[in-house]
Design a protein around this ligand. Structure first.
Ligand code: PLP
Length: 386
């Protein structure tokens, strides 16, 4: 695929430089959306750091509350001995493992320091020169807002009444000026999924016209029969890009590891806008190799997540609250007070969770913590909202 916005081409083009062509020069991190958002984040967290002892349940960011696998811990400690080396060999090993499992070539896999890096790279690669991105909303806005902060326009269809992606409505948004379709499956913040056969058919059809990006950050929480097998489409030559992360089932949110699977040519183009494997510490990669193979730990985390969900569902039902059944490690449900007030009241009682508002209705999106954390969440919830 021809990159709509190749940094190398741009750098080579003296004429464009002389003309003051904006291109990447627009990317002023000090002013970018990401930087502004991160500033807000850090401010909030600096305040939270003082309050740290008060936080009894940290269930705001869909992190894995059980930590990393014991085998990954062992690998991490061992890897310290290799800390003076770049991680090329270890990264190649992990890419090979992923490629073998997914039935693609290692060249069709790219590792990154968390999938956020690929979301950012994709925003620049596909729409750095403008154009539209089609999606359904509400969804995970990271790539969309980053793209918008440059020059892209987002065209979106609403989710269905069941809060799922509406693929027909999305297809209708794909006009010739759409440069990318973004899908999040399971969707964050709703936890809903697209039936695998429908998503596969959509990708096959739409990717003939425009690349389809599927963010599969929460795929490991899905039942095996619900999981689409999109790497197969990539192996068959379809213009589809998927991202996965180690931040969730593997518990690597702080260690930072994610990957993309996509056509080799597309990954080459994306490389102009990410640092790929070069950003990875050898400790993270070696721990990643151990964790990737530790299916026992992944099953344990999935099973604990189900127990936490059951506890939450039961509590919400008891108090007459509706919720959207989830396929991930978080649940979205409408609340009966202003979001900020809910967050503050919960926080005062040691529960760190998050809210958002759609169509003037506030919702809580609570991550599934340990059973203890979910018990604490329900106790406080009863007190302030029951
Ligand atoms: N995609 C989705 C849907 C997410 O919810 C997240 C984080 O919560 C990410 C991507 C980014 O994850 P990371 O950069 O930690 O891999």
């Amino acid at each position: 695929m021809k990159s709509p916005f190749s940094r190398r081409e741009w750098l080579r083009s003296g004429a464009l430089l002389a003309a003051g062509f904006s291109g990447l020069s627009r990317w002023n991190p000090a002013q970018s959306y990401a930087a502004r958002r991160e500033q807000a984040f850090f401010k909030e967290f600096a305040a939270l750091a003082d309050d740290q002892p008060r936080i009894r349940a940290r269930i705001a960011f869909n992190e894995n509350p059980h930590g990393i696998s014991p085998k990954a811990k062992e690998a991490l400690i061992k890897a310290v001995e290799t800390g003076h080396r770049y991680s090329w060999m270890e990264s190649a090993q992990l890419k090979q493992l992923i490629a073998t499992k997914e039935g693609v070539k290692p060249e069709q896999v790219m590792l990154c320091a968390g999938s956020s890096e690929i979301l950012m790279g994709a925003a620049l690669y596909f729409t750095g020169e403008g154009g539209k991105i089609a999606t359904c909303r509400p969804t995970y806005d990271d790539l969309l807002e980053l793209a918008q902060a440059f020059k892209a326009e987002i065209v979106s269809a609403p989710l269905t009444k069941e809060y799922s992606y509406d693929l027909n409505a999305l297809k209708a948004k794909v006009t010739p000026d759409v440069k990318l379709v973004y899908i999040c499956n399971p969707n964050n913040p709703t936890g809903t999924i697209i039936p695998p056969n429908e998503l596969t058919a959509f990708c096959k059809e739409v990717s003939q016209k425009v690349p389809v990006f599927v963010d599969e950050a929460y795929i490991d929480f899905m039942k095996p029969e619900d999981r689409p097998v999109l790497p197969k489409l990539i192996a068959e030559g379809y213009n589809v890009l998927i991202t996965r992360t180690f931040s969730k089932i593997h518990g690597f949110a702080g260690l930072r590891l994610g990957y993309a699977i996509g056509p080799e040519k597309m990954l080459k183009g994306l490389r102009d806008f990410t640092r790929g494997e070069f950003n990875l510490s050898v400790t993270t990669v070696m721990a990643g190799i151990a964790s990737y193979q530790d299916t026992e730990w992944q099953s344990f985390v999935r099973a604990e997540n189900t127990k936490g969900l059951d506890l939450l569902y039961k509590g919400l039902k008891e108090h007459g609250y509706e919720y959207t059944p989830t396929h991930a490690n978080f649940v979205l449900f409408p609340i009966r007070m202003k979001g900020k007030k809910f967050e503050q009241e919960m926080f005062k009682n040691g529960i760190f969770t998050s809210t958002r508002e759609f169509d003037a209705q506030p919702y809580c999106r609570v991550s599934i913590g340990t059973l203890d954390e979910m018990g604490m969440f329900m106790d406080v919830f009863k007190k302030i909202a029951g």
